[in-house]
Write a protein that binds this ligand. Structure first.
Ligand code: NAX
Length: 332
C-alpha cells in the first residue's frame, strides 16, 4: 500500500540553499524513494515572487513523489501539520553588522517561528535548523516551543562532517564511502572541532584507523582541522556565493539518517540538546557523534578523549555558552 504523504516545511525556500534542497526532497533523497511528500515553502514578502517561481519549477519537474506544494509568506499556513521542518531562513550577517545585531534579528525570527510550530505543526515534528548561528537559533527555538520534545530539535553540522570525510578521502585517495566515524564536536562555526581519532577507512584487509593510514599527526592536528573549519569561507572565495548544494545535500543526509537510521557501526554528527555527555554543559545545542534508530538519535558514549581533543571540545562549548548568553540578552 502506498505510504501517506509526509509534510516537509522548508523556510527560506526562495534562497540558494532552498533552491537546491526542494528538488532533492521532491525526488526522495531525504525520506526515501517510496515516501510521497507535500512541500511547504516559507519565505518573506520581498521574496514572494521568487518563491512562486520555485513552486512553478517544482510543478514543471513533475516529480512523481511530490503530492502538493504550499508556497506562502504566512507562517501559520507554512507550519500547519508539518512533520519535518528544515529551517534555512534567517537574517544574514551583512558587512559592518555587529554579532549582537545579527543575533538579535535571528532571535526574534526564531522566537516567532517557534511559537507557530508549537501551535500548528504535528506534535512529533522533527526540526533541523540550518540558518546561522545554527546551534543558537535551534536553542532559541527549543526554548520557545516547549511542547516539541527537546530531542526533536537539532541543528546542521552534517555538512562539516561530510567535509571532514571528503578531506580524508582526498588525502588517502580512497572512496569517500569507505571513510567513516569522523566527529564534529561543538558549534557550526570556526571553533568546531573535527576529530578523526576514532575514524576508520575500509580497505581490502578490513577497517584501519585514519590516524594510522594518514601517518601524519601534524597534518591531522593542524591543516586538516583548519581546512574543515574554514571550508565555508573557501567556497565563498571560489564561488562568490556560500555553499548551497553541499549544504542541501547534508540537510537531506541529516534527516534521512535521523528518520531511517544510521548503518550498523557508523555514526554521524548532529547538533543536539546536550545532556552533559563528555562533560559538555547540559542545555546547549552542541554537535556530538550520534547513531539513529527508530527515529531517535543517541549520543555515542564512552569514546576516549585525549587532552588535545578535550581542550578543543571545551573551547567550542565556551563559544556556545557565550552565544547563549548573547541570545538571552537580545530577548530581554
Ligand atoms: P539566502 O540568503 O540565499 O536565503 C535565505 C532565505 O531566507 C532568503 O530567501 C530570505 O528571504 C529568507 N528569509 C529571511 N528571513 C526569513 C524569515 N523570517 N522567514 C522565512 N524566510 C526568511 O541564504 P542561503 O545561502 O540559502 O543560506 C541560508 C542560511 O544557511 C544562512 O543563515 C547561512 O549562513 C546558513 N548556512 C548554514 C550551514 C550549516 O552547515 N549549518 C551551511 C550553509 C549556510 O551557510
Amino acid at each position: 500500500m502506498a505510504k501517506d504523504a509526509v509534510r516537509v516545511l522548508v523556510t527560506g525556500a526562495a534562497g540558494q540553499i532552498g533552491y537546491a534542497l526542494v528538488p532533492m526532497i521532491a525526488r526522495g533523497v531525504m525520506l526515501g524513494p517510496d515516501q510521497p511528500v507535500i512541500l511547504h515553502m516559507l519565505d518573506i514578502p520581498p521574496a514572494a515572487e521568487a518563491l512562486n517561481g520555485v513552486k512553478m519549477e517544482l510543478i514543471d519537474a513533475a516529480f512523481p513523489l511530490l503530492k502538493g506544494v504550499v508556497a506562502t509568506t504566512d507562517v501559520v499556513e507554512a507550519c500547519t501539520d508539518v512533520n519535518i521542518v528544515v529551517m534555512v531562513g534567517g537574517f544574514p550577517r551583512k558587512e559592518g553588522m555587529e554579532r549582537k545585531d545579527v543575533m538579535s534579528k535571528n532571535v526574534s525570527i526564531y522566537k516567532a517561528q517557534a511559537s507557530a510550530l508549537e501551535q500548528y505543526a504535528a506534535k512529533d515534528c522533527k526540526v533541523l535548523v540550518v540558518a546561522n548561528p545554527a546551534n543558537t537559533n535551534a536553542l532559541v527555538l527549543k526554548e520557545f516551543a516547549p511542547s516539541i520534545p527537546e530531542k526533536n530539535i537539532t541543528c546542521l553540522t552534517r555538512l562539516d562532517h561530510n567535509r571532514a570525510l571528503g578531506q580524508i578521502s582526498e588525502r588517502l585517495n580512497v572512496e569517500v564511502s569507505n571513510v567513516k566515524n569522523v566527529i564534529i564536536w561543538g558549534n557550526h562555526s570556526s571553533t568546531q572541532y573535527p576529530d578523526v581519532n576514532h575514524a576508520t577507512v575500509t580497505i581490502s584487509t578490513g577497517e584501519k584507523s585514519v590516524r594510522e593510514l594518514v601517518a601524519d599527526d601534524q597534518w591531522l592536528n593542524g591543516e586538516f582541522i583548519i581546512t574543515v573549519q574554514q571550508r565555508g569561507a573557501a567556497i565563498i572565495k571560489a564561488r562568490k556565493l556560500s555553499s548551497a548544494l553541499s549544504a542541501a545535500s547534508a540537510a537531506c543526509d541529516h534527516i534521512h539518517d535521523w528518520v531511517l537510521g544510521t548503518p550498523k557501526g557508523t555514526w554521524v554528527s548532529m547538533g543536539v540538546y546536550s545532556d552533559g555527555s563528555y562533560g559538555i554543559p547540559a542545555g546547549l545545542i552542541y554537535s556530538f557523534p550520534v547513531t539513529c534508530a527508530n527515529g531517535q538519535w543517541s549520543i555515542v558514549q564512552d569514546l576516549k578523549i585525549d587532552e588535545f581533543s578535550r581542550a578543543k571540545m571545551d573551547a567550542t562549548a565556551n563559544e556556545l555558552i557565550e552565544e547563549k548568553s548573547l541570545a538571552h540578552s537580545c530577548l530581554n
